[in-house]
Design a protein around this ligand. Structure first.
Ligand SMILES: CC(C)(COP(=O)(O)OP(=O)(O)OC[C@H]1O[C@@H](n2cnc3c(N)ncnc32)[C@H](O)[C@@H]1OP(=O)(O)O)[C@@H](O)C(=O)NCCC(=O)NCCS
Length: 187
């Protein structure tokens, strides 16, 4: 279990699927998370459980918990490149009442630190679409930089949008968050 001030992160469990199902099929959540509007998938609980728990695609997925230990999000990484020590990560906070309150940013901060130190990653990247300003702002706060854009890679509500590609190297994280990293080296 990884612990922050407001959030905790632990491995996903079967009992989490019921709650996750509700926001996975929430239209607005899908708009922000993947630019899908209207919904392009409506997964059954079984399909969702298979995707999230079996991790057949090589992804590593975890649950984000709030102060009262409710599951409010998922976070994880995929596309490991072992030689380059890199991976693609993602974070999603599901219930709308938890958006814009720092839960996602804190989860990302704790998770990125875990990946740089415990997994010894050298580089982490993530992406979103150019209308998701809250996500871009959250990623920048943790230390991710915009590295490029894929022009008009999304079609959302009748308009094309760019994909925004962001990345961070371990030494950049260390420089930005010196205190946290110092603390880590004493653990
Ligand atoms: C994107 C997400 C992870 C961000 O986490 P969060 O904890 O909600 O973000 P924060 O509360 O730290 O807010 C981040 C910044 O965005 C700003 N913000 C909040 N709501 C905003 C909005 N509706 N529009 C623009 N900016 C917004 C905040 O003010 C904050 O900036 P500041 O610290 O400079 O004031 C989370 O909101 C989420 O999962 N949303 C739904 C799905 C999604 O978008 N997933 C991302 C997939 S790419």
């Amino acid at each position: 279990m990884l612990q922050g001030k407001k959030i905790r992160i632990r491995a996903l469990e079967e009992a989490d699927i019921e709650g996750i199902y509700n926001w996975y099929n929430d239209q607005e959540f899908n708009l922000w998370a993947s630019g899908a509007w209207p919904l392009n998938t409506l997964k059954s609980k079984e399909e969702l459980a298979e995707k999230l728990l079996d991790q057949l695609d090589g992804g590593h997925r975890y649950a984000v918990l709030s102060e009262d230990l409710a599951v409010i999000g998922t976070i994880g990484f995929r596309d490991l490149n072992i030689a380059a020590r890199s991976a693609v990560i993602y974070v999603n906070i599901g219930p709308r009442e938890y958006w814009g309150k720092g839960y996602g940013t804190e989860a990302l901060m704790i998770f990125v630190k875990y990946l740089f130190y415990q997994w010894n990653f050298h580089r982490l990247s993530l992406d979103t679409w150019d209308g998701n300003n809250r996500a871009i702002r959250a990623y920048k706060k943790v230390g991710f930089k915009i590295e490029g854009r894929q022009r008009e890679a999304y079609y959302i509500l009748g308009e094309y949008h760019d994909a925004v590609l962001m990345g961070m190297l371990k030494h950049e994280f260390q420089l930005l968050h010196k205190e946290q990293c110092l603390h880590n080296s004493k653990e």
